[in-house]
Design a protein around this ligand. Structure first.
Ligand SMILES: [Zn+2]
Length: 119
């Protein structure tokens, strides 16, 4: 079990295994957040926070929302706004212990333009 925690500790989530591949995306939101993403089936991620401790951000077609701690601002994950528990969830592994991702491969993804890998 690997736990992610925001800086202040109010918002946590758990996954059962370390990620093998991470996504470094250059789209308009990911590059600003500076997130590094691991994707899991939504049902395999245990979200451990009270709803009042988070706020969300979405824009445009509002198909995806970014969930962050209301207090310290750390972005924990992003999920689909429709049927969020029935699809995949992008976990920001910056909130993991760095050792948990030390062996993972980082892939650069061109979310800004082509939606293809750059490496
Ligand atoms: Zn926090």
């Amino acid at each position: 079990m690997i736990e992610a925690s925001c800086h202040c500790g109010a918002v946590r989530l758990e996954v059962s295994r370390a990620p093998r591949t991470l996504l470094d995306c250059n789209c308009s939101i990911c590059r600003r957040i500076g997130g590094l993403w691991a994707y899991y089936r939504s049902q395999s991620v245990r979200l451990r926070y009270r709803k009042r401790d988070v706020e969300t951000y979405s824009w445009g077609e509002r198909s995806i929302r970014y969930v962050r701690c209301r207090r310290c601002g750390c972005v924990m994950h992003h999920e689909r706004t429709r049927n969020p528990r029935g699809s995949t969830l992008g976990v920001n592994v910056r909130n993991f212990d760095p050792l948990a991702i030390a062996k993972a491969r980082v892939r650069r993804f061109d979310g800004a333009k082509t939606w293809k890998y750059l490496d």
